[in-house]
Every structure is written in structure tokens, then in C-alpha cells.
Ligand binder design. Structure first.
Ligand SMILES: C[C@@](CO)(OP(=O)(O)O)[C@H](O)COP(=O)(O)OP(=O)(O)OC[C@H]1O[C@@H](n2ccc(N)nc2=O)[C@H](O)[C@@H]1O
Ligand SMILES: Nc1ncnc2c1ncn2[C@@H]1O[C@H](COP(=O)(O)OP(=O)(O)O)[C@@H](O)[C@H]1O
Length: 275
């Protein structure tokens, strides 16, 4: 391994998130179409004893403590590493930043642990870094038909929401799964037609706890999104736009009208080079 080594930690987006049941241990069974975005944290690994330095706009949202998922990942890999994390993604926001960071550290260290899910339910899918259907509690991954270029805008109100609290606020836990076979996605219309038949079952409970999420979705709709939805347990919402220009215009408009929100335009990430 040549050092320093730099690895992107792309944001994870749940285009769909069906909650289909609950295990005896309380964890919920999911059926989710997951993609990865160009917007990303960045992990750098240098030689040295295990340490973590934080930079970037959301560094202050994280204590650089032993619980950081970057350090947990290096410990799981059994490796010493001086890690620098550029934190560009808002923390605890439904786009898997912590899981993405852990996966990026494992990729940078060339480590494929047997049980990456011990770091978090989203770590296995982030380690793959490719669009996937994610089932079980995150451990069952199936590759999905290739996706067209998507023009997305992400909106987060920068108010925190606890993942366990959102799961607890669900009124129904045995919702229908996605169809057994996913369709082909030749273009954006095909993606949107399919997504229109799907849901994020955590969206309504998240809005009941944090009503501003409904305002994020309305802002995306009012700015021309062809589809808007929440990702993960929130609070980040995404809109799919017809082309790059309309996505950029929507980003500028929503950002100008809501200066306290995090608003970015992003396409899909390419799959990680190192694997
Ligand atoms: C909901 C999802 C969907 O992709 O995304 P995020 O909102 O985190 O981005 C993930 O499954 C989250 O995965 P992750 O963030 O790794 O969850 P964990 O830290 O393992 O779990 C946090 C807590 O959420 C609840 N939890 C989580 C996952 C799951 N399938 N069922 C649950 O009930 C449990 O109470 C658990 O203790
Ligand atoms: N490197 C990290 N980046 C983000 N969160 C982290 C990290 N390490 C630990 N955490 C903790 O993990 C939790 C989940 O954060 P994150 O993965 O960003 O959100 P989500 O699971 O909603 O997608 C947060 O409460 C945070 O304190």
C-alpha cells in the first residue's frame, strides 16, 4: 500500500426504503434500493499510530473520539493508521456518512472483514459502493440493473433526528416489499415510474417527529423535482430533476430561500476503483 492514500466516502442514498418486518432482537427488516452520490466525505490514510484528525464543514459535528467509525474500522482491520477525515456530509442525516467513512477506511487499508456489519447496518453496502438492493438488516445485497445518469438535489434542514426514535415512531412494521424482480432502468422516466410505486416507510414517522422535513420535500417539489423523497431515517430529502441545469437552478433557489439548510446538487458516484 502506497501512503498517503486518499479514498472517497460517497454519500449513500435510499431511493426506496420499505420496512417489511421486525426481528426478535428489535432490528427492522428492510428492502431498499441504494445508490451512491458524487457528494462525499474524504478519508486520507498516512503512516503512524492510530489517530484521527477532522477537517471540513461538518467536522465540528463529530467528537474526534474513540467511537468514531473511522477508528472502529481501522481497529476491526487490525491496522495502525493516521487518519484524516474531511467531513463534508452532515452527521446523522440518513445518507450514511459514518458508514461511508468506515467503508472508505477499510477500502484504503485493503481490508475486507468477514463481518463489516458489526460497524453499522449500512457498512456492507457502502463497502461495495455500487447501486444495490439491500435486504435483511443490510447484510443481503443484490446488484441492480444499471442506472442512467440522475440529477439530484439533496436538502437537509440541519436538525438532528435519532434513527431509533424514527423506527419507534412507525405505526406499521409489516409493509409490502419491493417486487421480486426490479425492472430495467433505461432512462430517468423509467426510474421515476418505478420509484412512484415504492416508498420510504420511515418518511411519515420522521415527519411526525420533525415536521420541517415536509417543508424540505415541498421546497423540492416547488422547484421542479419530478420526484421527492426522504433518504434513510432522515432528515435528508432528495429530489430527482430532469437535467443538470434544472437541478442547479433548484439548488440555488432552495439554498437562497433557506440559508440555514444544507442544499447540494449531485450526480451518482462511479464505483470505487479499489475493491
Ligand atoms: C435506516 C438506514 C437505512 O439505510 O439508514 P440511516 O438512516 O442510518 O442512514 C440504516 O438501516 C440504518 O443503519 P445504521 O445507521 O448503520 O444503523 P445502526 O447504527 O446499526 O442502528 C441504529 C439503531 O436504529 C435501529 N435500527 C437500525 C437498522 C434497522 N434495520 N433496524 C433498526 O431498528 C436500531 O434501534 C439501532 O440500534
Ligand atoms: N465518521 C463518522 N461520521 C458520521 N457519524 C459518525 C462517524 N463516526 C461515528 N458517527 C456516529 O454515527 C451516527 C450516525 O451517523 P451517520 O452515519 O452520519 O448517519 P446516518 O446513519 O443517519 O446515515 C452519528 O450519531 C454519529 O455520532
Amino acid at each position: 500500500m502506497t501512503l498517503p492514500r486518499r479514498e472517497l466516502a460517497p454519500a449513500k442514498l435510499n431511493l426506496t426504503l420499505h420496512v417489511t418486518g421486525q426481528r426478535a432482537d428489535g432490528y427492522h427488516l428492510l428492502d431498499s434500493l441504494v445508490v451512491f452520490l458524487q457528494v462525499a466525505d474524504v478519508v486520507q490514510i498516512d503512516a503512524g499510530p492510530l489517530s484521527l484528525a477532522l477537517t471540513g464543514p461538518f467536522a465540528a459535528g463529530l467528537a474526534g473520539d474513540a467511537d468514531n467509525l473511522c477508528l472502529k474500522a481501522a481497529r476491526l482491520a487490525g491496522r495502525e493508521a493516521a487518519i484524516t477525515l474531511e467531513k463534508n456530509l452532515p452527521v446523522a442525516s440518513g445518507i450514511g456518512g459514518g458508514s461511508a467513512d468506515a467503508a472508505a477506511v477499510l477500502r484504503a487499508l485493503g481490508c475486507r472483514p468477514e463481518h463489516p456489519e458489526t460497524l453499522g447496518a449500512d457498512v456492507p453496502v457502502c463497502l461495495e459502493g455500487r447501486p444495490a438492493r439491500m435486504q435483511g438488516v443490510g447484510e443481503m445485497l443484490t446488484p441492480v440493473p444499471s442506472l442512467p445518469t440522475l440529477h439530484l438535489v439533496l436538502v437537509n434542514p440541519l436538525q438532528s433526528l435519532s434513527t431509533p426514535a424514527v423506527f419507534s415512531a412507525m405505526t406499521r412494521r409489516d409493509n409490502p416489499a419491493m417486487p421480486d424482480a426490479l425492472p430495467e432502468f433505461p432512462d430517468t422516466d423509467a426510474v421515476i415510474s418505478f420509484l412512484d410505486t415504492c416508498r420510504n416507510d420511515l418518511q411519515a414517522p420522521a415527519i411526525s417527529l420533525l415536521p420541517v422535513i415536509a417543508d424540505c420535500l415541498s421546497a423540492l417539489d416547488a422547484s421542479g423535482a419530478r420526484l421527492s423523497r426522504m433518504s434513510g431515517s432522515g432528515a435528508t430529502c432528495f429530489g430527482i430533476f430532469a437535467d443538470r441545469d434544472s437541478a442547479e437552478r433548484a439548488k440555488s433557489r432552495i439554498g437562497a430561500e433557506n440559508p440555514d439548510w444544507w442544499v447540494v446538487a449531485s450526480g451518482l458516484a462511479s464505483a470505487p476503483a479499489t475493491h
